[in-house]
Write a protein that binds this ligand. Structure first.
Ligand code: GLY
Ligand code: MN
Ligand code: MN
Length: 499
């Protein structure tokens, strides 16, 4: 249905102004405003995780004593003309509130106790408003029942106010006592003048807010770990769905794989956490291959980097590289085993107190040694890895991994000393995902290696004792992958949701 079949503006006074807007007779308008019963709200209750959000808001407020913090979630973005992308809440905002709707703005202020928090939101329009049936963007007859401010307040355990009041609140804030999470909501950004930074090397106050949020998000609580585990378990089932239908003896489109995995993700979670990367053959050497318009070839590999985002927006991030026929060739296995050894060495090194970059160096050394064994490195391993050389990187391309959570590349605004130059701590969740990539047109590698790309990626929780591989529901060793593929094929295709 297109908006041309009804009017869209939320502002009733604008309804009927465009040439294609119907002009409703007053009798019809009156008729539509009446006769609607009350909603069943028997499920309405405070979310069990609301106490965790409150704790997070308090921790954030304590990091900036005496200051007001403004954290918007963002707005729906136009995809084309009058259609929008499906809204996905701002990660920091969602982490602090549990609210996944668009247009909300969280304001945390010093307050009377340890802090005050108010969530400014678009209020629900009652059924006697025209918006209710006329607005394709907001009307409940178009987009479904929304919670009122009071209902949201009950669910999230936070005071809610009409977004209309926000401007007057923002206009009274003192700029050197206010920080804004910028880049999410242009009207909020415009309402609070950005600090003028005289020295470009000084982090701005607003960037410090983003950094502290990322740093607070580094350690996951047990509820967050459970969310990640759920997202990963759905992802495992999605990989199984793919393995169960993948033909060994004929080509299929990469998009079939993308579709099968996307189906599982949308059925059991919110959707995919990032566009699925499905690289058949040499497409595997393109790191973010999301065009997915190639086809599988028996005898070649497929690299699949896919992750489900669960309904609380936590995402998995898993990669498996598998042989189409079900069996690795000796050369494919040789390269695969180098990547596996690198990943295993990295995983074995994960424990509290270890420097993040130590994991990187551990993974990269194994890859560089493997490249040397393959006869690819033009110099010795130590020289290839020297800071002033790094030539091995031509075939490893990316780092060993990243933090994982409510963002696939989680905590990205954290300062170096807390992340890249920091140490691992219990509750961190990170990916370990080394890879080797030999481009098809790379004349510096033997011809038989060209077009091979292999990455193995798992999601690892740092525990008090060391680590737990949250994605060990999928095999990693070459023999185990072959055995798993045979078992999945034996079980045969299934359509998630129908079984
Ligand atoms: N899926 C993107 C990544 O592995 O970082
Ligand atoms: Mn990753
Ligand atoms: Mn990935």
């Amino acid at each position: 249905m297109s908006e041309t079949q009804a009017t869209t503006p939320a502002d009733d006074s604008k309804a009927g102004e465009r040439s294609h807007d119907p002009t409703y007779p007053p009798k019809f308008l009156e008729f539509m405003r009446t006769g609607w019963g009350a909603s069943d709200l028997s499920d309405l209750m405070v979310l069990p995780q609301a106490v965790r959000h409150e704790k997070r808001r308090r921790a954030l407020s304590q990091a900036f004593p005496g200051e007001t913090l403004v954290i918007p979630t963002g707005r729906e973005k136009v995809r084309a003309n009058d259609t929008f992308y499906r809204f996905r809440a701002g990660s920091d905002y969602a982490w602090l509130t549990g609210d996944y709707d668009p247009e909300g703005v969280l304001v945390i202020s010093p307050g009377t106790g340890d802090h005050d928090a108010v969530l400014f939101r678009r209020p629900r329009k009652s059924t006697d408003s025209d918006e209710f049936f006329r607005s394709a963007q907001y009307g409940e007859l178009w987009v479904g029942r929304k919670h009122s401010l009071d209902e949201t307040s009950t669910r999230l355990g936070i005071e809610c106010r009409d977004i209309e009041d926000l401007d007057s609140v923002l206009s009274q804030l003192i700029s050197d006592k206010t920080r804004v999470l910028r880049g999410y909501d242009a009207s909020v950004d415009a309402s609070v003048p950005a600090e003028r930074v005289t020295d470009a090397t000084e982090p701005s106050r607003d960037r410090e807010l983003a950094a502290v949020l990322s740093e607070l998000r580094l350690v996951k609580d047990d509820w967050e770990v459970a969310q990640l585990q759920e997202a990963i378990d759905i992802t495992v089932r999605g990989f199984e769905d793919v393995a169960r239908m993948l033909p060994t003896d004929r080509a299929i489109s990469e998009r079939v794989i993308e579709g099968v995995f996307g189906h599982r993700s949308r059925l059991e979670g919110n959707g995919i956490g990032y566009d699925s990367i499905v690289g058949a053959g040499s497409h595997a050497t393109t790191l973010h291959w999301i065009t997915n318009d190639g086809r599988t070839t028996p005898g070649e590999l497929i690299l699949m980097d896919m992750g489900t985002e669960n309904n609380h927006l936590y995402t998995a991030d898993v990669t498996r590289t598998i042989p189409v026929t079900g069996r690795f060739t000796p050369l494919q296995r040789q390269v695969y085993d180098i990547v596996l050894a690198s990943q295993q060495a990295g995983m074995d090194a994960v424990k509290p107190g270890v420097e993040y970059k130590h994991i990187h160096e551990t993974c990269m050394r194994v890859l560089a040694e493997g490249l040397s064994d393959l006869g690819v490195l033009p110099v010795g391993v130590d020289e290839a890895m020297a800071e002033d050389s790094l030539v091995y990187r031509r075939w490893t391309l990316h780092g060993f991994g990243h933090m994982l959570g409510i963002d696939v590349h989680d905590c990205a605004a954290a300062r170096k000393e807390h992340y890249w130059k920091g140490t691992l701590a219990e509750g961190h969740v990170l990916t370990v995902e080394p890879g080797l990539y030999f481009q098809e047109h790379d004349e510096l590698v033997p011809e038989e290696l060209r077009g091979i790309g292999i990455r193995i990626e798992d999601d690892v929780l740092v525990t008090a004792e060391g680590r737990q591989n949250l994605s060990d529901g999928l095999p990693r060793a070459a023999d185990d992958v072959e055995e798993w593929l045979a078992r999945q094929r034996e079980a045969g295709p299934r359509i998630a949701g129908l079984d």
